[in-house]
Design a protein around this ligand. Sequence first.
Ligand code: DLL
Length: 443
Amino acid sequence: MSKHVKNSERSFHPLSAPDFLPLPQLRDLQIQRLKAIVQRAYDRVALFRQRMKERDLAPQDLRTLDDLAKLPFTLKTDLRDTYPFGLFASPMKDIVRLHVSSGTTGKPTVVAYTREDIQVWTNVMLRSMAACGLHEGDIIQNAYGYGLFTGGLGAHYGAEALGATVIPISGGNTPRQLMVMKDFGVTAICCTPSYFLHLIDQAAEAGVNLKDLPLRAGVFGAEPWTESMRRRIEADSGIKAYDIYGLSEIIGPGVAMECECQAGPHIFEDYFYPEIIHLKTGKPCADGEEGELVLTTLGKQAMPMIRYRTRDITTLTSETCECGRTLRRIKRIGRRADDMFIIRGINVYPSQVETALLKVEGTLPHYQIVLTREEDLDVMEVQVEVTPEVFADTVGALEQLRRNLTKSVETIVGVRAKVRLVQPRTIQRSEGKAKRVIDQRKM
Ligand code: DLL
């Protein structure tokens, strides 16, 4: 029997009902929620109130969804400038969880959740899993990292609420992942797509044929991937691979998720209002036109985000999907408007690497980051020039410097990099913007 359920047999979870709201009803819900959240942010977040006042705007000026375009944007730098808690709209006693994501330099950005926010997150994650055909009785191996990263706990609560059995295995330890997958009869896996490719390889090496296992679906996200990666995953493992999108500042995973039609992630618009804007002008793009995704949280209490510029480049389409969901879809995200890259699911800004290098004496501000894949796992090499004095030093001293740099990068960036010390003037100088990142990973 096929591992995959036919269209006609699809069952929808009762909590997925908002996915199918008639459009007038959905738009009405959105404007009601938007008014409430803008009022909340205005009353409680000084930065937002100040920006509104600078534009002579008050919450009452927001009457229709189109009026949203008049409101100021929120940027990643706003989180950094108000670090750690300056954008919170709830008192600490109401905040039940903090997560962090990468900041652009040494400090991370902090995001907060009230109990109600966690319920919303659980709800959208449940709907994400239901959208790709998972249900009660599924055995879900959650290999997203647990901890400060939103992937692990986000997927965990959603899967539990769905009534599935969750295995909170977190990331890493591939032999144990394969053992659990086989021995526990795992039917679905949540992890980054590149890690799953690595699992496929390792399974083959261990003589395990994934096609013989009950595994039938993968909930893959947290990094860019391509249609050809999807085809490879599906052909080599016999599962269906679904794209899940999200970001910490908005909630974590579960901002958007593909349905069984695999035609691009549907945005859970009852909680996250999407806009696409022109990169240069900030003006709204037409349906189907490519630009930067801007999101407004419609239900977030602890940290409302109004017109948050995600820097993710995509298009938004309101074309109907065969699944019947009225939620608009984005095209898979392949690139960003800034220089952030993602390595093993961890977001990295070159400026963070630079901060880490400059903390250690003996290096010059000339560096380059080379990204490659070894056995489908991302590898980051940091090449950095050292001062002529240091370069003339003993092998032991150079080795110590390399170790210090590796540690500094790991502490600040959260990734273990290979550090290579190079002679002064060996890294190519550029006439314009320095090319810091050379991405040789093939997708
Ligand atoms: O990566 C949340 C997440 C966890 C999403 C698990 C999906 C699954 P951050 O660490 O804040 O949050 O990183 C957010 O990752 O702005 C995108 O650039 C990128 N990203 C996330 N999902 C996808 C995806 C989580 N499906 C940043 N495709 C986002 C491409 C993605 N890029």
